[in-house]
Structures are given as C-alpha cells and as structure tokens.
Design a protein around this ligand. Structure first.
Ligand SMILES: Cc1cc2nc3c(=O)[nH]c(=O)nc-3n(C[C@H](O)[C@H](O)[C@H](O)COP(=O)(O)OP(=O)(O)OC[C@H]3O[C@@H](n4cnc5c(N)ncnc54)[C@H](O)[C@@H]3O)c2cc1C
Length: 413
C-alpha cells in the first residue's frame, strides 16, 4: 500500500441490515469522523426489500435466544440483550418507521412496504454522517500500521482505523452475500464453523413422491424431527406447502437447519396436528358408514386426504366400520406419523438464512470486537447465528450491528 489510498476512520464492509445499523450507530457515536459503508452490490439492501414477501418482517414481538441456533444460546442472549425489541421499535419510530404487530407476533412497517425500512435506514445513515459507497466489492483486508487496508476488487484501497465486517452469509447469493466475507474473516485469523449450510430452506423429496404431485396444496401440519433411535429433537407447527420438488412453508423452513445439521435424522409429519395416531385410530372406529376418504376430507384438503388413503393402501370409499384393524393402523400412521424421505434441500439460492459462520466465541460479546484481530468488529449473519422465521434474523442484525457500531465509534473517541 505504498501508493494512493483513500482514508476513513471506520470502514464497514457490507451495507445490508447489520452493516447499515452499524453505520448509523458508528456515526452517531463518533460525529465528524469519516465512516464509510462499502457494498459490492449495485443496489444494497436487496434482502431488506425481498424480506417478508416485500413487506419486511423487521422483528418479532417476543424475541429470546430459544428462537436461534448456532453458537451457544447464552452467548446469543447476551448480544440480543444489548438492543431488544422495545429499543428496535423505538429506533424505527425515531427514523420514521412505525411498526405494527400482526397476530403471529411478527412486526411489519405500517406501510406494508419494505422500501420504507430501507429508505429510513439509508436516510438515518446519511444523517449520522456515514457515506455509502457502492458498488465497491472488497477483495481482501490487510492489517497495516494503525489499522487496516481494505482492498477492492477494482480501484484504490481504503485505509481505516477500524473495520466492521458485515458481509452476511450465503443465502440468496445473487443479492451480493456470496460467502466471500468468510474468506476475509479467515485471512484476519478467524475460523469458520466446520459446516456452513442453508437454514430456512425448503426440502426436497424423491421425484415421484406423492407430495410432489400435490404441488400447490397447503395444510396446517406439525413436523417433528427425530433421531434414528426415535428420540424427539425438535418440532414446528404451521402450514406445510406441497411443491413439485418436495415441501416448503414456515414449519419446513424452521425445521430445515435441524434436519441438515446432522445425518440420519428422520422428519415426521402429522397432517392432523390436533390428533395423535392413537386418537385417530380411535376416531376411525367411530366413523361408521362414512368413507374414510370423506372423514379425512373433512379435516384436510380433499386431494391430500385421497392421497393419504392411497399411501395407506386403503380405498378411500371404504366405510369406517369395514376397516380392518391393520387398515386403521395404516391410515392413522400415514395421517399422523408419516416419515418423509427427504433427499436434500433447495440450496442457498432458496434459503433465507445461513447456518454456521464465525463462532461467537471469537468475538467479545459486550462489543462485537474480534478477540483475534483488535479493531475488527463483526455483526449480522456472517456470525454463527441463525434464527427462526418471524423477524428473528433481522433482530440479530439490528442488535449485533448496533453493538458493533457503538464500539467502533467509541474506539475513535
Ligand atoms: C428471501 C429472504 C427473505 C427474508 N425475510 C426475512 C424477514 O422477513 N425477516 C427477517 O428477520 N429476516 C429475513 N431474512 C433474513 C435476513 O434478510 C438476513 O438474516 C439479514 O439480511 C442479514 O443481514 P446482514 O446485514 O448480516 O447480511 P446481508 O443482508 O446479506 O448483507 C450483506 C451485504 O454485504 C455485501 N457484501 C458481501 N460481500 C461483500 C464484499 N466482499 N464486498 C462488499 N460488500 C459485500 C452484500 O452485497 C450485502 O449487501 C430473509 C432472507 C431472505 C434471503
């Protein structure tokens, strides 16, 4: 770096949710300093715009560490506690975004428009004195005397006293978050978890599985994940969407990271969440002259009801009182405890989050500063933290971005 270099006090790499939050709070903490947020994307904020179906599910009414996985929950809790939901709501109100709570507990902007959120964050960053420079893709970061050299893929490097790494994970790579941040973190001495894999991702079933033929049908269901031994690991309830490739919908997305986390786990669906297998068996004994297909059809989409009868090897027209004990057992097993032969997942292109990343044990939780590389802060999805569907991933970005920003700003003062 003997030649030309641009100079900043703090360089923030990545201007997504976490990076913008960090830029705002760095700027607010260190007025008059040069804070630059660099982003490789032509239009930063892509994920904020696509989030929540274009409405941006900013956070959730109730956020605690149990909604997250990855690095240890007590560590996640500490960071979440630095900027909780009440502060998030107040912060967005202050920058002009009023949030409303929906029945599910999810919080959205009252405008139902993700642009409101992105524009407010960009405006707040600007008012805080942070510059946004894009497209400016960072190739590498080097330690130099008194700080860092941030080297772009093209153009003149930037020197900065402090760096905040907020490059996200690998979900939706076309948005610009393609995992290059991991290489940057590694080059500065950090490790990355042994596995980095899609979280909140639809799952695939074998071609020709009956569910694929029901593409478009959605039904409320409970999904349970079990060890091969039968031990229950976790369960999620919600609409299950049948698709041409397999299964999707919130419960599937939520359970996906636990399924993918370890081999040999078994995913079991209950299409009648209010009933156990035993209870359904009992009910079927009382169905009388009605056909079993009809009985299930009263509780499920008809095509699904018929398909479940077929899977059980029972003619849907069979009257309840004519069912043999074995037939009842088969219907109850298919409806309430059907193991799904998952073949894989739809990959990062269709994932909403990333499992794995930089372990939280490598950052100081009180300020998100690296324990390995002083002057470097990390925040957002690059860290080994992933949340459920419902606004939890953004809440992680707000809380960790806030904490990193305050710390990087304070370090200048
Ligand atoms: C389709 C979809 C819907 C979602 N919906 C929701 C939702 O409703 N609620 C919720 O809580 N979460 C949602 N999420 C998850 C949420 O969007 C992410 O967890 C969150 O955006 C992570 O923030 P981040 O700032 O860490 O990373 P990102 O938002 O991924 O931002 C990282 C930024 O870094 C930039 N970058 C990466 N590498 C470089 C580099 N080398 N040089 C320069 N810049 C770089 C990227 O261009 C990007 O702008 C959704 C995700 C997806 C994909």
């Amino acid at each position: 770096l003997n030649g030309e270099a641009d100079i900043a006090d703090v360089a923030i790499i990545g201007a997504g949710a976490a990076g913008l939050m960090a830029a705002i709070w760095t700027g607010r903490t260190a007025p008059g300093r040069r804070i630059v947020a660099l982003d490789g994307a032509k239009r930063p904020g892509a994920k904020i715009l696509v989030a929540g179906g274009g409405r941006c599910n900013v956070t959730h009414d109730v956020v605690d560490e149990m909604a997250y996985a990855g690095s240890t929950r007590p560590a996640i809790r500490k960071v979440l506690g630095r900027f909780d939901v009440a502060r998030t709501v107040a912060f967005f109100r202050e920058i002009g975004v009023e949030l409303k709570r929906e029945e599910t507990g999810k919080l959205f902007p009252v405008t139902d428009d993700a642009y409101t959120v992105l524009e407010a964050l960009l405006g707040a960053a600007q008012r805080a004195g942070a510059e946004l420079v894009h497209p400016w893709r960072v190739d590498r970061v080097e330690r130099v005397d008194g700080g860092f050299a941030v080297v772009p893929v093209e153009g003149v490097p930037m020197r900065a006293r402090q760096v905040i790494l907020a490059t996200g994970g690998m979900a939706l790579p076309r948005s610009g978050s393609d995992g290059h941040g991991y290489a940057i973190a590694r080059s500065l001495g950090h490790s990355i978890t042994e596995r980095v894999f899609p979280a909140l991702v639809p799952l695939t079933l074998p071609k020709g599985h009956f569910i694929c033929a029901l593409s478009g049908i959605a039904a409320p269901a409970t999904l349970e994940l079990r060890e091969a031994s039968g031990k229950r690991i976790v369960s999620f309830a919600g609409p299950l969407l049948c698709t041409h490739f397999g299964i999707s919908g919130p419960a599937v997305m939520d359970i996906s990271r636990y399924y993918l986390e370890a081999p040999g786990r078994v995913l079991v669906v209950n299409w009648l969440p209010a009933m156990t297998r035993e209870a359904l068996d009992g009910e079927l004994m009382r169905v009388g002259a009605r056909g079993v297909g009809r009985f299930l059809g009263d509780r499920l989409p008809e095509r699904l009801a018929l398909a479940l009868c077929a899977e059980a090897g029972v003619d849907a027209g069979t009257a309840g009182h004519s069912l043999t004990r074995e037939q009842r057992r088969m219907v109850a097993a298919c409806a309430c405890e059907m193991a799904l032969p998952v073949t894989g997942d739809r990959g990062f292109t269709f994932a909403e989050a990333t499992a794995g990343g930089v372990p939280l044990s490598e950052v100081r939780l009180e300020n998100m500063e690296s324990r390995i590389c002083p002057g470097l802060h990390l925040c957002g999805e690059i860290l080994d933290v992933d949340g459920r569907i419902g606004g939890y991933n953004f809440q992680w970005a707000w809380a960790s971005g806030y904490t990193a920003g305050i710390s990087a700003g304070s370090a200048l003062n």
